[in-house]
Ligand binder design. Sequence first.
Ligand SMILES: [Zn+2]
Ligand SMILES: [Zn+2]
Length: 266
Amino acid sequence: MFDYHIHSTFSPDADMTVEEACLRAIEAGLREIAITDHMDIDAPDNPYAFQIEDMNEYIKELEKVKAKFKDRLKIKTGIEIGLQDWTLDQASHLAANYPLDLIIASVHLVDGQDPYFGIYFDTRDKIKSYTDYYQTILQLLEQYDDFCVLGHLDYFRRYSPYAYDPEDRWIGRELVEAVLKLLIDKGKGLELNTAGFMHYSKQPHPHPDILKLFRELGGEIVTIGSDAHSVKYVGYENKRALELLRYAGFEYITAFTDMKPEFIKI
Ligand SMILES: [Zn+2]
Ligand SMILES: [Zn+2]
């Protein structure tokens, strides 16, 4: 089992060390994990910058734990890059200059607003809260290639004040399809992010039917990530995620080394 989205104390909002994450992963029976700390370049709304302060130190720490746990756990060096229009060159620079196994491309900000803060929804009704977010992903990914998978496709939903209806999965369908097709054209993948199970919708990011649509359109690359920021969520709902992948028509999960995909039968 894999958990390809884990935050350590290199992210300002996480409270487990890399080593604690690894120990928990072993305890939870995972065979492979990726540590994917935040790199949100120029995040305007956040009281503190969501960035790894020292990339060299980060890489060094990952090398240390890889050696320490080498017989018990495969550990990959990743980052979760938060994209904005004006930070794409800096994001590419990171990808080119550090030995990374995995880059998750995520959108946390729409016009400088993080849905985490209520103001995003103050100015948008339910439909617009979906379509503006998807439109932003589409615009950013059209301009950006240095990543492996798109993270939490409907991230904003975690913080939505609007009542959830299962039919909401199809809001903005044309935009979602355009995003999925773009990923496929670029040879990129989609993440199944299990943090969504904590939401009152009890649905992962994205909804399993969107994952199925990705498969039907020809998508092959898929990862599972808990988005754990503390020890108890490492491997969160991993088994359920694997079942959903099968439901969506996937027979393989994807592992990454040096940004290259490898398909592993599930
Ligand atoms: Zn994220
Ligand atoms: Zn994350």
